[in-house]
Design a protein around this ligand. Structure first.
Ligand SMILES: Cc1cc2nc3c(=O)[nH]c(=O)nc-3n(C[C@H](O)[C@H](O)[C@H](O)COP(=O)(O)O)c2cc1C
Length: 191
């Protein structure tokens, strides 16, 4: 087995000024360091419309070009890291929409949740975990919850120092990424 596992990073936040993307960029470096390829799937860039397929995802029928492209991207992954903020004690609508487009492409895929917020995004992570478990992803039981502190944001509500923010959780993130890469590698060997 020579192929490096392909690990997707799904950026759940689509706001113009967001924490999600710089955090995802830092996670990408950890994935590369763990011997896998990081595949950035930024929902702000992908711009999936609200689910507009006639057939339910479990049917396996994908009609629209954006659905087919999204399905191919997820199918090609060996594992996924979901990066999510906490919006009103839940995860973003754009992320739910992206998940709901597909079914069998997700099933059995090693996955993990990295959440952030003033309480580490715990409520969002719990909600997302319930959905991913229902669908049948092989979800890492721990995840990583990254809590903001006073002073993390500048006056334009940008994360002042993404590297420093990530550094506070670096050991947990590294361990999480290593678990996802190991599970993805095992799935590659079994395939
Ligand atoms: C619609 C919305 C709802 C929010 N609700 C919460 C919340 O329930 N808990 C929390 O800790 N932060 C909440 N926040 C603050 C976010 O944690 C903070 O804005 C964070 O930067 C959002 O992630 P993002 O920048 O990647 O979009 C909320 C922010 C937005 C935009």
């Amino acid at each position: 087995m020579s192929a490096r596992p392909q690990i997707g990073i799904i950026v759940g936040s689509t706001r113009p000024v967001r924490v999600g993307r710089p955090v995802a960029d830092e996670i990408a470096q950890l994935i590369e360091a763990a011997g896998a390829d990081a595949v950035m799937l930024d929902l702000a860039e992908l711009r999936l419309p609200l689910l507009d397929e006639a057939m339910p995802p479990a049917s396996g029928v994908r009609s629209n070009p954006h659905t087919i492209a999204w399905a191919e991207r997820i199918d090609a992954l060996d594992g996924v890291v979901f990066v999510t903020p906490d919006y009103n004690a839940g995860y973003p609508a754009a992320l739910k929409n992206a998940i709901d487009y597909l079914k069998h492409e997700w099933v059995g895929k090693p996955a993990a949740i990295v959440s952030y917020g003033w309480a580490g995004g715990a409520a969002s992570a719990a909600q997302l975990a319930a959905v991913l478990t229902y669908i049948g992803l092989a979800l890492d039981e721990q995840g990583v919850q990254m809590a903001f502190e006073q002073g993390d944001f500048d006056e334009s509500m940008r994360l002042a120092d993404p590297t420093a923010f990530v550094a506070r959780s670096i050991e947990a993130l590294r361990a999480l990424v290593e678990r996802v890469v190991a599970a993805s590698s095992a799935a590659l060997v079994d395939a």
